[in-house]
Design a protein around this ligand. Structure first.
Ligand SMILES: NC(=O)C1=CN([C@@H]2O[C@H](COP(=O)(O)OP(=O)(O)OC[C@H]3O[C@@H](n4cnc5c(N)ncnc54)[C@H](OP(=O)(O)O)[C@@H]3O)[C@@H](O)[C@H]2O)C=CC1
Ligand SMILES: O=C(O)CCC(=O)C(=O)O
Length: 525
């Protein structure tokens, strides 16, 4: 499939009329063909108008129609074949196995939401039948379902060109909810975005859905993204990226005459807590596993283990010896964009020059586009005193904080901002200390995991990929896993509507076969 540099608006593919940009080959820094002329504000207006026009029809399609649509998108993505993988490798510098794995995850996510639709409990059907004889007052007939919010703006992420981009988790969950989607492509991988966008556009047509269900817009600057968030027809935003970008979009959304939710996944340093029992039992092995997680994908994961908390002793020495040895041998790796590479190098230099920080290890030097691993150390009193030490360094760098005891470790956790994950390395003898910290961890993070690292998020029903601000803009939700659909739904209650006027999901005969809670009790199907 050829990349043409075209915006996809409704059933049309057309070149933009605004300033153009080209993708950059991540490994060489060379510009790639073709040019992507940016969308105009008229293009944006048309995409929003089509999405608005499609909304009422699309949201009332039955769950089976939307499930089949998501499966068609998945099949179309696979049908692109190697053209997608090679373009994506060029644009991101990520290796083939990673891109192929991410394509599998993307397709799996779409199919997961097809399953969610067929299972039906996401719509939370509740029926409290009328009690006309209740004293002192009769009870009305009350029926609740969740309905789609409206057209959703999705910002593709730079670091997951497939699984968090055009057909990624935000798009899959919004489409499953019944929301049309307008994607603002990430400029780091426009060719990949166009190929995937065409797969969705083709699926819209093949499924007989209104053309406004999907659009993909390119822009060399930020006016399309900002215009999208400000547009009154947009009802919610999905975003994965920097704290600066996410908060800028939150501000635009909050200033609208009708503010809308922005689901932004932003910065996280993902504390790793090395408990004394675990360090004594297997400090060296944990050090090796940590180095592998830190350097995965050049460290360009928001789940990257960027902060290590431990009490000094022989166990920590063993951990540091194996981690530093592994990091010194891990080759530098191509980073996604020159901007991300520059930000990483500046972050590492800032930490290296910090008076309270020592450098423990540095990976081998690479090319001008590659990032080398780095490990730094400080102590808990310096960490508590210097807020900049908890800033995310997006890449393969981490900071070890030596805590004199577990009470100091607690203080560091109390001082931390909201996080996506916390990883605990433990043995049974650490259980009492862990139990003590769990309530605090629950307040700080979205996912608590034991004897592992947060990278490689499982796409599942019980997954939370979220967390308190600034990990995300709204810690009540997740951007990965089936619960992500909930971000794009809202409850509506129907009181005393005659059956003939009720939506199919709430009719007495339950024609859609949805699971229902009747008088508070889940009905067996
Ligand atoms: N924690 C995480 O999950 C991630 C964090 N990052 C961090 O973000 C840095 C930059 O990476 P990147 O992925 O480009 O993230 P950005 O937040 O810079 O950009 C993400 C998307 O949002 C758009 N955007 C950003 N700011 C605005 C704005 N003010 N108005 C309108 N649109 C905006 C960008 O467009 P445009 O490019 O045109 O500005 C891009 O499409 C990295 O160095 C890293 O620090 C990156 C990826 C994931
Ligand atoms: O680790 C993962 O699988 C997901 C990470 C993520 O969401 C991100 O880096 O933006």
């Amino acid at each position: 499939m050829t990349v043409r540099g075209e915006n996809l608006i409704g059933a049309q593919a057309q070149r933009g009329t605004q300033a153009a940009f080209r993708a950059v080959e991540a490994a060489t820094g060379q510009a790639l063909e073709p040019e992507f002329p940016g969308a105009s504000l008229q293009d944006l207006d048309r995409a929003c108008a089509l999405a608005e026009a499609a909304f009422d029809t699309y949201r009332e399609t039955d769950p089976e129609t939307r499930a089949a649509f998501l499966e068609t998108i998945a099949a179309n993505i696979l049908d692109i074949g190697d053209d997608l993988v090679t373009r994506c490798m060029q644009e991101t510098g990520l290796p083939r196995p990673r891109i192929e794995g991410e394509r599998g995850r993307t397709v799996g996510q779409l199919r997961l939401f097809a399953g969610v639709l067929r299972e039906g409990s996401a719509f939370e059907i509740r029926i409290d039948p009328a009690l006309p004889d209740r004293k002192p007052l009769p009870r009305p007939d009350l029926r609740l379902r969740k309905v789609a919010l409206g057209p959703v703006a999705v910002f593709g992420a730079s670091n997951f060109p497939l699984a968090f981009s055009v057909a990624g988790g935000d798009t899959a969950s919004a489409l499953a909810a019944g929301c049309p989607v307008i994607v603002k492509a990430h400029p780091a991988h426009p060719g990949t975005s166009e190929l995937v966008g065409r797969a969705i556009q083709k699926a819209v047509a093949a499924s007989g859905l209104p053309e406004g269900v999907f659009a993909l817009l390119f822009d060399a600057g930020q006016s399309i993204g900002q215009g999208l968030v400000a547009d009154p027809r947009i009802a919610a935003v999905g975003f994965t990226g920097s704290r600066r970008g996410g908060t800028a979009l939150m501000e635009i959304a909050a200033k609208r005459p009708h503010p809308i939710p922005v689901y932004a996944e932003m910065s996280s340093i993902n504390p790793v807590l090395l408990f004394p029992g675990a360090l004594a039992a297997r400090g060296e092995a944990i050090g090796r596993a940590f180095a592998a997680s830190l350097t995965l994908g050049a460290g360009q994961f928001c789940t990257n283990p960027g902060l290590i908390l431990a009490v000094p002793g022989p166990g920590l020495d063993a951990f540091l010896a194996s981690a530093t040895a592994a990091l010194r041998e891990t080759p530098a790796a191509t980073m996604l964009t020159p901007g991300i590479h520059k930000a990483y190098c500046e972050g590492v230099a800032r930490l290296a020059g910090h008076a309270a920080v020592t450098r423990l290890a540095e990976g081998p030097e690479g090319t001008a586009t590659q990032g080398r691993a780095a490990l730094f150390a400080t102590d808990s009193s310096a960490f508590l005193a210097e807020p900049e030490l908890q800033e995310e360094m997006f890449g393969a760098a981490a900071l070890v904080v030596r805590c004199p005891d577990l009470a100091a470790m607690r203080k560091v956790l109390e001082h931390l901002e909201g996080q996506l994950t916390a990883s605990l390395h433990i043995t049974p003898e650490d259980h009492a200390a862990v139990r003590d910290l769990l309530p605090l961890l629950e307040r700080r993070v979205g996912r608590i995991l034991v004897d592992g690292f947060g990278t490689g998020v499982e796409v599942a029903h019980a997954m939370v990929h979220g967390g308190p601000y600034p990990a995300t803009s709204d810690g009540r939700t997740t951007s990965v896993g089936s619960l992500a659909i909930d971000r794009f739904l809202r409850p509506v209650s129907y009181q005393d509507l005659p059956d003939a006027l009720l939506p199919a999901a709430l009719k007495q005969a339950n024609p859609l076969g949805l699971p229902r809670r009747i008088d508070g009790v889940l009905e067996r199907r």
